[in-house]
Design a protein around this ligand. Structure first.
Ligand code: PMP
Length: 307
């Protein structure tokens, strides 16, 4: 990824993609305390639009606040930086990655006083779990790894170091021949995917786990709002893995993953083993909203090529 043409926003200015480098003694590289976001822009009739840009930026600053990382830029600057990298790279549909990390002034566990750097990159990124997965659904498996206890890494911060747990779970699932992992929380209830929130449908009711051990996903919030608009009853409550086995439908959602049906979990077919009607309805609504085809939600879109 490092050797390509393009621009990356780095500490206040656009630099050549290849020159956006940092020292090997960068603190975050050693100890994993950095905060980041995953944001998407979609091509609309009015050009690229970043979906819920301000909410993502707010979460980045909240993550930094949780981690006591003083952000050296204002939220408004980081909002504008994300718009700027999309424009500077001439992108329409793309993924945007803001990251804040500690510099290389010192080693050791005391990060106080270290410089905080902020970068924003953007690149085209297709369906995270594959185009076929989006249509036909994916096969998920309960992970042998547990999601972080909130007193270990604090699950509301999108923390770089938190993702080694996601990586272990994702790799384990893939090596066992599945598409994605489902992580249980320390109490044994379904928490989320390695990079996705999770939902299930039973008897027309939409269920999702509460936020105690899952990230407060912006796609999750979007799906909940769209479901309410569709008149679908929604319940947030602890769900055991076997409630998923007997669900009519299930799906993952996230900025990268979008809305992906889960057709099988732990070798049990979920419902009819395909994208169910509620999932399809919410997925279609989601793709209409992000692509600017739903006049009710253009306030969630930030049009990059317009002021
Ligand atoms: N949970 C985890 C662990 C994630 O990494 C993500 C992706 N950011 C999500 C849930 C979904 O969050 P969002 O919809 O805001 O992308």
């Amino acid at each position: 990824m490092a050797d390509r043409d393009g621009k990356i926003w780095m500490d206040g200015e656009l630099v050549e993609w290849r020159d956006a480098t940092t020292h090997v003694l960068t603190h975050t590289l050693h100890y994993g305390m950095g905060v980041f976001e995953g944001v998407r822009a979609y091509n609309t009739e009015r050009g690229a639009a970043i979906f819920r840009l301000r909410e993502h930026t707010r979460r980045l600053f909240n993550s930094a606040h949780i981690m006591q990382m003083p952000m050296p830029f204002s939220e408004e600057t980081i909002v504008e930086a994300q718009r700027e990298v999309v424009r500077a790279n001439g992108l329409d549909s793309c993924y945007i990655r803001p990251l804040a990390f500690y510099g290389s002034e010192a080693m050791g566990l005391n990060a106080q006083g270290l410089q905080v750097h902020v970068v924003v990159a953007a690149w085209p990124w297709g369906a995270y779990l594959g185009d076929e997965g989006l249509k036909k659904g994916i096969r998920a498996v309960t992970s042998s790894y547990t999601r972080h206890h909130p007193n270990i890494t604090m699950t509301e911060a999108k923390l770089t170091g938190g993702y080694f747990n996601s990586m272990l779970a994702h790799r384990e699932a893939q090596e066992a021949g599945f598409d994605e992992a489902v992580l249980l929380d320390p109490y044994g209830f379904v928490a989320e995917g390695p990079g996705e929130n999770i939902f299930m449908v039973r008897d027309g009711v939409l269920y999702t786990p509460p936020l105690s051990t899952a990230l407060d996903g912006i796609t999750r919030k979007t799906v909940l709002e769209l479901a309410r608009e569709e008149g679908i009853e929604v319940q947030e409550k602890p769900l055991s893995r076997d409630t998923f086995y007997i669900a009519d439908e299930a799906f993952f959602c996230g900025t990268a993953a979008e809305v992906v049906p889960i057709r099988e979990m732990d070798n049990r077919t979920i419902g009819a083993g395909e994208a169910g009607p509620v999932t399809q309805r919410l997925q279609a609504r989601y793709f209409d909203v992000v692509a600017g085809r739903d006049a009710r939600h253009t306030d969630w879109l930030d049009f990059v090529y317009q002021d």
